[in-house]
Structures are given as C-alpha cells and as structure tokens.
Design a protein around this ligand. Structure first.
Ligand code: ATP
Length: 472
C-alpha cells in the first residue's frame, strides 16, 4: 500500500532494531543509490544482482524485507517470491513500464506492494516504512502494540486555540465513553485541509482510549491500487482467485478491537463504498471467497480534505455512507486561523529539530515571527514543520530571520494572486492555483514543486491527478 508519511527519517528512528533489507536488482548504479539512501535512513542493506546471489543472501543475511526486481539476468523475480514469502520476508516488487500484470501477480502471491520504475528514492523510502508499519500490525501483534505505544507516546497535539481545545475536549469525551461501555464505538469523521493534523488527531484519539494497546491500522484510500483494494481491505481465503496461495486477513480484520483509520476516504471507489457501508452497518466482514462472517469490533475513524457533503450531492460519494460516517465530526481548522497556535507550533518544530540533531538553541527574530504569523501556510502544519526544520538545519547563526526562513515564493505569489482576485474562489480552485504556481516556479519538475509546497512528491502527484494537471 502506498501512503504519505511526512518524515521518513523520524519514523525510522522509532524502530527498535535495525531492519535488514535485501535489494535484488541488476541495475548497479540504481542499486548503489538505493543502498546508500536506505543505509542513511537507518536500515541494514545488502544487494544481489541475480536470483542466484539473492538465494545465497537470503540464507546468510536473513533479511526482514526484500525489494525485488522482476527482470533479472537469470530469471524472473516472481520465481523467488514464494520462497521469500515462506521465509516471512516482506517483499516489495519493482516493475518496469508495461509489467503491471507481473505486479498484480506478485501481490496475489503475497508481495506487500509494487513500485513502477523509474523509482523516486524518497517515495521508495516512504513505501518501505509504510509497509513495514502495516506488516508489523498484521503479523506481529505483540510487537505492533509495543511499537504503537512508542508512537503514541510521541504524539504531540500542539495548540491552545479555542478550536484545538474543542478537538481535545471531543477526544477526551470519546475516550471517556470508550471506558464506560463495551458498546461498538461511534464512527469519527475528521475533516480539514491537507496537513492540518487529521492523522495526528486519529492517533491521539486511539492513544487516549482504553484500547490503546490494540492495533492502530492505517489505510490510505487514495493510494491503494484499485485492483487490490478489495482483497487488501477484506482479506481473502486460499484459492479465492488465481494465485491466492494462502488465506490472508484483510486490514479491517487486522484492526481487531483497536482502531481502523481510513485516510482520504473521499477517494474510495463507489463500489467499495457500498461494501464499506455494509461493514459499518452490520459490523461484520467476510473475506473474499469465504462464507464465514467475522465481527468487526474496531473503532472506525475516517478522514478527508474533501467536502463529502458536496461530493454526495454530486453523486461522487454515497450519501448513506456519508451519514453513517458523520456520527461525530471533528473539523481541523487551517493553521492560518489558529491565532497564537502558529507561534506555538513554530517554536515546537524549532525545538524538535534542535533536539533531534543536537543543535544549539535558535531564536526567531522579529522579521521571522512576523513572516510566520502572516504567511498563508497552504500546506498547514506539515508545511510549517518542513520550513522550520529546514531553516533550523541550514541556519548557522543563533538567530533565524525571515530571509533564513525562506517561505516559498511560489506559494506567496499564489496567495497574493488569490487575494488580488475579486471573484470568489473555492478551496479546490485555490489548491489548483497553488499547484500550478509551484510547478511553474519549479519548471515543471514535480519533486521540486512538491518541495516548494512542503509536501511529498507522492502527495503532489496525487493532487495533480485530482486537478487534471499533467506534468508536461
Ligand atoms: N497540532 C499538531 N501538533 C504537532 N504536530 C502536528 C499537529 N498537527 C499536525 N502536525 C504535524 O504536521 C504534519 C502533518 O500532519 P497530518 O499528517 O496529521 O496532516 P493531515 O491533515 O492528515 O494531512 P493530509 O490531509 O495531507 O493527509 C505531521 O508531521 C504532524 O506530525
């Protein structure tokens, strides 16, 4: 599954031991770059150029995860896949253009995910870390509980504004209800612009509830490949489709009586919306190819930056699902409307970066404080985190000025363009203008444009697709 994780390195530091990754790839230059990047992110990494070498390394190195190319000098990567799965190695396959069938077969055989070449290293890292999280939740409950405890301990929901206090109060109330009764927990819908902290709130809620030691399963509905979505969510029995060699629980089942977090729920295809509605209504799930139903005990939290009400009135989101999800709604305000929280957050990210990289204390000067407070923050808290961390890392002086902060020009241009226009603009229009402006500034280099906006390349791609913007 694909996902957007804002800070790969910070996630890697949560791992209790160095994970071992075997890269099976015959393109040596590309392989070297991958090994270097993974080692930098804290993984132990070995490289094999052929199936033969890979088999030896599986024995000697005992990897936890493999990145497997399909076309190798002595055969097809698929030939090694079953062996790897049997040895509990989590496999991500890498396919060249036109090898989609191979990728789908690999997933059906038990590979966790696939990536299409050419591969962006940062994207690869995000996917490894995301898959690592999901697998740990699925295969090692004890470990996942321990890991989630670590993550949950480190969840910080910074903010004292009225809006954030209200969010905290609602979380407290839901947590209190969960301790009073065994009844099925109410569904929670978290809305708000991108980067406003919907994911943080979902985790914070889970961490606050009595069942916080149970799994927290994250599903990014926007990046699950459509052809795999159903079996990923609902699981399957052995033989349910060609190559379904073993039974596998779906993610809904894996959440047990913990939390199932459906991020970007607005992107779920209509067909699956009907199936999800059925799960929510009946609180039962049936694996593909099975006649047996299993109870769904998990708390369900959904998040979106879309207007689901509007989408449902246009027939793009099922209204019955919308009403079913919308039992308790938490609205995350954009960061520009959070008053003094803006400075609280900025100082928090400054301190966090100083602590993580053992840097001396910095101060923001008056120009920086002014810039932070007056900037529009289209990417919200995520953008702020990236901007502040970058400034702290790059600033050799103890005082950070507005110039050192270097708030993205493209976004400022876009913001002033929005401000200058008399015509009322929707959030969708504003987002599109921001993307176009960043792309123009980055001369249509998608990775650069993503950096300007403080979002991941994957998020950038996804949002470009959403607005029908091609990368030219
Ligand atoms: N109140 C907060 N306190 C501390 N950190 C926060 C807060 N809100 C968000 N963050 C940080 O900002 C980043 C983005 O947050 P998050 O991923 O939760 O946003 P989101 O609304 O789920 O975004 P998207 O819609 O793009 O999925 C994360 O690094 C998160 O840790």
């Amino acid at each position: 599954m694909l996902s957007q994780i804002s800070s790969p390195d910070s996630q890697a530091t949560l791992l209790p031991v160095k994970k071992k990754i075997l890269l099976v790839e015959d393109e040596v230059l590309f392989a070297r770059a991958v090994v270097k990047r993974l080692q930098k992110a804290g993984f132990e990494c070995e490289h094999a150029e052929s199936l033969h070498d890979a088999k030896l390394l599986i024995k000697q190195f005992e990897p936890d995860m493999a990145l497997l190319d399909m076309r190798l000098p002595d055969g097809n990567g698929l030939d090694l896949l079953s062996d790897m799965i049997a040895k509990n190695i989590n496999v991500i396959v890498m396919t060249a253009f036109g090898e989609v069938t191979d990728a789908v077969n690999a997933i059906k055989l038990g590979a966790l995910d696939y990536l299409k070449k050419p591969i962006d290293l940062e994207e690869l890292l995000l996917i490894i870390q995301k898959n690592e999280k999901t697998t740990e939740l699925q295969t090692s409950l004890a470990y996942s509980r321990q890991r989630d405890a670590v993550i949950n301990e480190s969840i910080q929901l910074i903010g004292e504004s009225a809006a954030m206090q209200s969010v905290r109060q609602q979380i407290g109330r839901i947590a209190q209800l969960s301790s009073l009764s065994d009844a099925v927990p109410p569904t929670v819908l978290i809305t708000g612009e991108t980067g406003t902290g919907k994911d943080v709130v979902a985790r914070y809620l889970h961490a606050s509830c009595i069942n916080h030691d149970k799994p927290f399963v994250y599903i990014d509905c926007a990046s699950l490949p459509a052809e795999l979505m159903e079996s990923e969510l609902f699981g399957h029995e052995k033989g349910a489709f060609t190559n379904a060699v073993a039974s596998r629980p779906g993610l809904i089942e894996s959440a047990e009586d913990g939390t199932l977090f459906l991020d970007e729920i607005g992107e779920l295809p209509l067909g699956l919306q009907a199936k999800l509605l059925n799960v929510l209504e009946r609180r039962m799930v049936r694996r593909l190819g099975s006649t047996k139903e299993r109870p769904v005990l998990a708390r369900i939290i959904a998040a979106t930056n879309r207007d689901l009400y509007q989408m449902s009135s246009e027939g793009r989101f099922r209204s019955d699902l919308y009403y079913r999800l919308n039992v308790i709604t938490m609205q995350m305000p954009p960061v520009r409307n959070r008053g003094q929280d803006i400075l609280l957050l900025a100082n928090y990210f400054r301190q966090m970066t100083e602590k993580r990289y053992a840097l001396p204390h910095h101060e923001f000067d008056a120009s920086a404080l002014m810039a932070i407070q007056h900037y529009h923050w289209p990417g919200n808290v995520r953008e702020m985190r990236h901007q502040i961390s970058r400034a702290v890392l790059m600033c050799t002086q103890p005082v950070i000025s507005a110039q050192a902060l270097g708030l993205p020009q493209a976004s400022q241009v876009a913001v002033s363009a929005l401000g200058a226009s008399d015509a009322p603009m929707t959030l969708e229009d504003a987002e599109k203008a921001m993307l176009l402006s960043a792309l123009e500034q980055a001369r249509h280099n998608v990775s650069k444009a993503a950096r300007i906006l403080g979002i991941t390349r994957m998020t950038m791609r996804y949002r470009m697709d959403k607005h029908g913007i091609s990368s030219v």
